[in-house]
Design a protein around this ligand. Structure first.
Ligand SMILES: [Cu+2]
Length: 342
């Protein structure tokens, strides 16, 4: 029996609306899958709309029950704790991996793995040249690691067979390296099967500020991701910071003429590329954030998995301005929001 894929669902969901469709997306039984495949009608557009409607009609995700809110994650930067050791600034964090069920669309539960109780994990923020020490505790029932992007010793790379290697359930290790180079980086588990460990939620942003400060701005982080809720290795929902439509249901408020800075990282699994498109405006783009000079003035950037960059712009006019993936399918499955300029 052919497995039901999300793209087949999009083509075949035309008659389905509301919670029933969401439930089918959440956990499709093989029998149900076959029925829907046979019942699929030609023409993707109506089904696509129905699929979108399925998630839009079913109420809101309970952020409190999840223990994290995408609006809080947006402006939440974790600076850790700082101490002086031998004349040097050392910044420390404790990061705990755990098994955690989260609601990724209204009524759709997903057995995630989370760093510090949230997906994406905490945005770890340091300054160029500091010594960084990450105390990793594996509170999950599976082996995990943390692999940081950046320049560091091989033993600190967080991959199997090097240094501490796989950290078993209940065990812990310490990753230590210098904050180098400045820019926006990512971190994620590097345990095989890698796609599963990343897609289940073990990923986050890792920001190293330059010694020379960037101009003051309203700073936000968006980690682009999605969830494969029926385990067919394609995503049913897409988002910035995990929860589909969160910034549409509640637009991100920004001030007219204030500099907006988005730290944007793509950690989406299973799809080859992702993107960010801004309406009614253009932004300066700093790829990987490793230069203080922008490389492009545009309204759309593309990122493959692991790619990231910094976006800066101002809104000269008040009003609501949409932002979303320019892959329209991702948009309709949740990766879309509004800035509300006040
Ligand atoms: Cu893992």
């Amino acid at each position: 029996m052919a497995s039901l894929t999300r793209r087949r669902l999009i083509g075949g969901l035309a008659p389905l609306v509301g919670a029933a469709a969401a439930a089918r997306l959440a956990g499709v039984s093989p029998a149900g899958a076959a029925k829907h495949e046979h019942g699929a009608t030609a023409g993707a557009a109506p089904g696509h709309a129905a699929n979108h409607a399925a998630f839009r009609r079913g109420g809101r995700v309970d952020h409190r029950a999840n223990g994290f809110d995408p609006h809080a994650i947006l402006r939440d930067f974790d600076a850790g704790t700082v101490r002086r050791e031998g004349g040097r600034t050392v910044r420390e964090w404790t990061v705990v991996a755990e098994d955690k069920e989260i609601e990724v669309a209204p009524g759709v539960k997903f057995a995630a793995w989370a760093f510090n109780g949230r997906v994406p994990g905490p945005t770890l923020r340091a300054r160029e040249g500091e010594r960084l020490r990450i105390r990793f505790v594996n509170g999950s029932t599976h082996p995990h690691t943390i692999h940081f992007h950046g320049i560091h010793a091989a033993a600190m790379d967080g991959v199997p067979g090097l240094g501490a290697g796989l950290v078993q359930p209940g065990e812990r290790t310490v990753y230590e390296f210098d904050a180098d180079p400045f820019g926006l980086h990512v971190y994620h588990c590097h345990t095989p099967p890698l796609a599963s460990h990343i897609a289940k939620g073990l990923h986050g942003a890792f920001l190293i500020d330059p010694k020379e400060e960037r101009p003051p701005a309203d700073e936000m982080v968006m980690v682009l991701n999605g969830f494969d809720t029926n385990f067919d290795r394609s995503n049913e929902v897409y988002a910035a910071n995990s929860i589909p439509f969160a910034y549409m249901d509640e637009p991100i408020r920004v001030r007219q003429n204030e500099l907006v800075r988005i730290y944007l990282a793509n950690m989406l699994e299973f799809d080859l590329v992702n993107s960010f498109h801004l309406h009614g405006n253009f932004f300066q783009y700093f790829p990987t954030g490793t230069s203080l000079q922008p490389a492009e003035f545009t309204d759309t950037v593309m990122q493959c998995q692991g790619q990231r960059g910094i976006l800066e712009w101002r809104f000269p006019q008040k009003g609501k301005f949409m932002f979303h993936a320019h892959q329209s399918e991702f948009t309709e499955l949740g990766w879309v929001g509004f800035f509300e300029v006040v």
